[in-house]
Design a binder for this molecule. Structure first.
Ligand SMILES: NC(=O)c1ccc[n+]([C@@H]2O[C@H](COP(=O)([O-])OP(=O)(O)OC[C@H]3O[C@@H](n4cnc5c(N)ncnc54)[C@H](OP(=O)(O)O)[C@@H]3O)[C@@H](O)[C@H]2O)c1
Length: 243
């Protein structure tokens, strides 16, 4: 493989926004590693993208399984020796999540385990490979619901969305963006939080204003940022989002 072809890993790429991010990155010329915890669902997604002539490969990857994260990193190291783009897309909601007074603690734990700790684990495992790329980009799929400012603003349409587990998991993810951007200052690795908008997927029960294809556009734009890329931002389709 020519050295100038970018290698991108998208977690949770078997459906929803992740599948569309994988498609758009591959259409932009990247070799895309389709991260999926369920191998069969991942194979189906990778086959769909390959059938359109796109360069993709399935990488089994479960955010809740450290061994699978380690073996994904080892296989990327062996095949490519570097990683140019990491899109931390995989995430969950939970029916037993809810307002602080009533949410199931187990549900909150499940959400934090996946959306924050799982993403942190993937990021830690991939960092040595990202450091090998000439201009690496990390995109964390956050949400406006992870904004402390928006959650506290009674005039915001998101004010009433009180899901302590989900919202806290995305606020924690934003903290990862802020701290990692500071830690990586002066290196070639840039990291940003991107809220895709309100997108019709399984996660939202197919409510929302945007298709998955539209929801993938901003994360892809940040995955492909050029040389003047700024690190440590939190953005949504309308522009910067308050933390
Ligand atoms: N949709 C929206 O309006 C919206 C808004 C703001 C932010 N987001 C964020 O955007 C991201 C994608 O959401 P989506 O709407 O596309 O949801 P989705 O259609 O439900 O897709 C979620 C993806 O994450 C994967 N995943 C879940 N847990 C995983 C784990 N432990 N290990 C590996 N993969 C796992 C799922 O795999 P399986 O198929 O195996 O379950 C699936 O591929 C999420 O981080 C979400 O929080 C979405």
């Amino acid at each position: 493989m020519p050295k100038d072809i970018r290698v991108a890993l998208v977690t949770g790429a078997n459906k929803g926004i992740g599948l569309e991010i994988a498609r758009q990155l591959a259409e932009a010329g990247a070799t895309v590693l389709v991260g999926a915890r369920d191998v069969d669902r991942g194979k189906t997604a990778a086959a769909e993208l390959s059938s359109s002539g796109l360069r993709v490969r399935l990488v089994p990857l479960d955010l809740n399984d450290l061994a699978s994260i380690k073996s994904a990193a080892e296989s990327i190291k062996k095949e490519h020796g570097k990683l140019d783009i990491l899109v931390n897309n995989a995430g969950i909601v939970d029916a037993e999540d809810g307002p602080p007074s009533a949410a199931s603690l187990e549900a909150v734990r499940r959400i934090i385990d996946t959306n924050f700790l799982g993403t942190l684990a993937v990021t830690q495992a991939m960092l040595p490979l990202l450091r090998q790329a000439p201009a690496a980009r990390i995109v964390n799929l956050s949400s406006s619901l992870g904004s402390l400012t928006i959650n506290g603003d009674s005039s915001s349409p998101y004010y009433s969305a009180r899901l302590i587990g989900y919202n806290a998991s995305k606020a924690a993810l934003n903290m990862l963006t802020v701290q990692l951007a500071a830690e990586l200052q002066g290196t070639s690795v840039v990291v940003n939080s991107v809220s895709p908008g309100y997108v019709k997927t399984d996660l939202t029960g197919h409510t929302g204003f945007m298709t998955a294809e539209e929801g993938a556009r901003l994360p892809v734009q940040y995955a492909l940022l050029g040389e003047d890329a700024v690190s440590g931002q939190f953005v949504e389709p309308n522009g910067p989002t308050p933390w």
